[in-house]
Design a protein around this ligand. Structure first.
Ligand SMILES: [Zn+2]
Ligand SMILES: [Zn+2]
Length: 368
C-alpha cells in the first residue's frame, strides 16, 4: 500500500486526494478527499481503530500543507460513507467530533450507523443460525463469533444527517450510484471522470460476498447485477479508485476478471456438489488453508455461491426428511442432474441491456 497522499485532477477541475490509512493490523485502505467547485467532501472515515484516526488527520494536513488546498475539519462540506462496513465508517465518531459537516450514507446502510448495537445483535444471531445450518461445530462456531465481535464493539452509533436516495443520488456535480451486493447500501461516487468504487470493485481482490440470507440486498446475484451496471461507464473513466489497493485503469477489464472468477467458482461449487455436502464442507474445499477470521469469510463466500446456485435450481437438498422431522442437522446440498442449463445462460449477457441513465450526462448544479 502506498503511504503517500496521492493527487488526481479531472478535466473539469475536481481534485481528488487519496489518504492512506492503516485500518486494522495488516490491513490498509484509503479515505478520499474531493474538492470540486464549492464541495470539500470526505469519502469514508477509516476504521477508527489503532492509528486510523491519526492517519486521517495527517492526510488532511498533507493536503493542506503540501498541496496548498484550503482544507481542514471546519471546511468540510460533507462526509459520505461508501458502505456500512466498519473499515469505512468506524472513524465516524472521531470525524463527527471534529467537524459539523453533514454525514450521508445510502438508506440501506443507514441503520447500521445509527443503530449499530441493534444491528450487531441481529447479525450475530443470524450468523449463529447460519453456521449451524452450514454444519459448523459448536466450539468452532463460538470461536468464530468471538473473532467476529472482537473489534466490532469499538464503534458506537452515530447520527446520520441525510441519505443518498433522499438527496437525489447527487451532491452538487458529484453523482452517486447504488451498487448493492458486497453490502446492502454500497455506492460508488462519480467525480467527473474518476470513479470512487468503495469495495464494489478492487484492483487485486475480488470483493467479499456473503449470502443474502444474512443480510438483505447482499448476495452474489445482486453483486453481479451491480457489476454490470458499471460496465458501460468504463470508457469515460480516467481512473477507478477503490477503498483498498491500487488505482484501476481499465474498469471494464477488471469487471470482466471479477465476473470470470465468480463464474469459475460457481463451476467449482457445482463439481464439489456432485456429492452431497454442507456449506462448511464446500468452504473447506474451496479455501482449504484459511485461518482465524478468514474461516468466517470463507464460509460466507461459499454460502453466497451455494445460495446463488440453489435459488436458480442447480442444487437440491438431500436430507430434506431430517429437516422436515425438525432435526437440528446441517443442510446437505447436491447438484441436480435432471435440470442443469449451462451457467453461461445464467450469467448471460445483461451487458447490452445495462444503462446508466443518471450519470450519462451529469450537468453542473449547485452543491446541495
Ligand atoms: Zn466492505
Ligand atoms: Zn473495505
Amino acid at each position: 500500500m502506498n503511504r503517500e497522499v496521492e493527487r488526481y485532477e479531472t478535466p473539469r477541475g475536481a481534485r481528488i486526494y487519496r489518504l492512506p490509512l492503516k485500518l486494522f493490523p495488516g490491513f490498509g485502505g484509503y479515505a478520499h478527499l474531493v474538492l470540486w467547485q464549492d464541495l470539500v467532501v470526505l469519502v469514508d472515515a477509516g476504521s477508527g481503530f489503532g492509528d486510523s484516526n491519526e492517519h486521517l488527520e495527517a492526510g488532511l494536513a498533507t493536503v493542506r500543507e503540501r498541496f496548498g488546498e484550503p482544507v481542514d475539519w471546519d471546511r468540510l462540506t460533507h462526509v459520505l460513507v461508501s458502505h456500512g462496513h466498519i473499515d469505512h465508517f468506524g472513524g465516524l465518531c472521531f470525524v463527527h467530533s471534529r467537524t459539523q459537516a453533514p454525514i450521508g450514507v445510502h438508506e440501506l446502510d443507514l441503520r447500521v450507523l445509527t443503530n449499530y448495537e441493534e444491528r450487531l445483535t441481529v447479525i450475530a444471531r443470524r450468523l449463529r443460525e447460519y453456521m449451524d445450518e452450514a454444519g459448523v461445530e459448536e466450539e468452532e462456531r463460538e470461536a468464530i463469533m468471538r473473532l467476529y465481535l472482537l473489534n466490532k464493539h469499538l464503534f458506537s452509533s452515530v447520527e446520520v444527517d441525510f441519505s443518498f436516495e433522499a438527496a437525489g443520488m447527487a451532491i452538487g456535480p458529484l453523482r452517486i450510484l447504488h451498487v448493492p451486493g458486497h453490502c446492502p447500501g454500497q455506492v460508488v461516487f462519480l467525480v467527473d471522470d474518476v470513479l470512487l468504487s468503495g469495495d464494489h470493485v478492487l484492483k487485486g481482490t475480488t470483493p467479499h460476498q456473503a449470502p443474502e440470507r444474512l443480510s438483505l440486498n447482499t448476495g452474489l446475484g445482486h453483486y453481479l447485477a451491480s457489476l454490470e451496471k458499471l460496465h458501460p461507464l468504463s470508457p469515460r473513466l480516467q481512473l477507478t479508485l477503490g477503498g483498498h489497493e491500487g488505482p484501476i485503469e481499465d474498469l471494464a477489464a477488471r469487471i470482466d476478471d471479477i465476473r470470470a472468477l465468480h463464474e469459475s467458482r460457481l463451476r467449482k461449487v457445482l463439481e464439489i456438489l456432485d456429492e452431497p455436502h454442507t456449506i462448511n464442507e464446500v468452504a473447506h474445499q474451496l479455501f482449504p488453508d484459511v485461518e482465524g477470521y478468514h474461516i468466517l469469510l470463507a464460509l460466507e463466500e461459499a454460502g453466497a455461491h451455494v445460495e446463488y446456485l440453489a435459488q436458480r435450481g442447480y442444487l437440491g437438498i438431500t436430507n430434506l426428511h431430517d429437516l422436515e422431522a425438525g432435526k437440528p442437522v446441517p443442510i446437505r446440498y447436491e447438484r441436480l442432474q435432471s435440470w442443469a442449463p449451462p451457467l453461461s445462460a445464467l450469467l448471460g449477457s445483461p451487458r447490452q441491456q445495462a444503462t446508466v441513465p443518471d450519470v450519462e450526462d451529469p450537468e453542473i448544479s449547485t452543491p446541495g
